[in-house]
Design a binder for this molecule. Structure first.
Ligand code: CA
Ligand code: CA
Ligand code: CA
Length: 175
């Protein structure tokens, strides 16, 4: 898979309604989808943190990327900013942190297979790929994955550094 395919996949994950552009409603939809998949109550602090993180992601992305000011971010606008490190620190990292916290129901720093695959599937990764990736993680302890390591995996996906795991999660290129 070349880097254009990876970028297209990442863009497609964020384009929740599949209309070819990123907009605020995509991020609202994504937030509700992962909250529902986690089984966490809608009214909890963690659910609120996930909604906030998704909206901050949208706000940061649109401020930075929507260069023609039409209120949506198209693929070319996305590609123009996606590799900037400040992008990542400003709104992708808090988003990752909120997602991982949502999955770690008891806050012990570990997540099991079911919580992992529920969230990854809700984010948009093919379920079979997430399950295969989980089974391959070398850092499992007692069948659980550390949230720190999971954070690294998602970070690798968004920064393009974790190429092997990214390809495993994505699977065959999108057609
Ligand atoms: Ca969209
Ligand atoms: Ca635009
Ligand atoms: Ca846990």
């Amino acid at each position: 898979m070349d880097s254009e395919d990876r970028l297209r996949f990442r863009f497609a994950l964020l384009d929740a309604d599949g209309n070819g552009v990123l907009e605020r409603s995509d991020f609202e939809t994504l937030a509700e989808r992962v909250i529902a998949a986690s089984g966490v109550e809608e009214s909890t602090r963690k659910a609120a943190a996930v909604r906030e993180a998704h909206l901050a992601y949208w706000q940061g992305l649109s401020d930075q990327a929507d260069s023609n000011n039409d209120g949506v971010v198209d693929f070319d606008e996305y590609v123009a900013v996606v590799h900037q490190q400040e992008t990542f620190e400003q709104y992708v990292r808090p988003y990752i942190r909120a997602l991982v916290a949502l999955a770690d129901g008891d806050d012990d720093g570990w997540v099991g297979h079911d919580a992992f695959s529920a969230i990854m599937t809700a984010v948009g990764f093919p379920r079979a790929n997430s399950e295969a990736a989980f089974a391959d993680f070398r850092s499992l302890e007692g069948g659980q994955l550390s949230t720190t390591f999971w954070g690294h995996v998602i970070t690798g996906f968004y920064t393009g550094r974790g190429r092997h795991i990214t390809d495993q999660l994505i699977g065959p290129p999108l057609k």
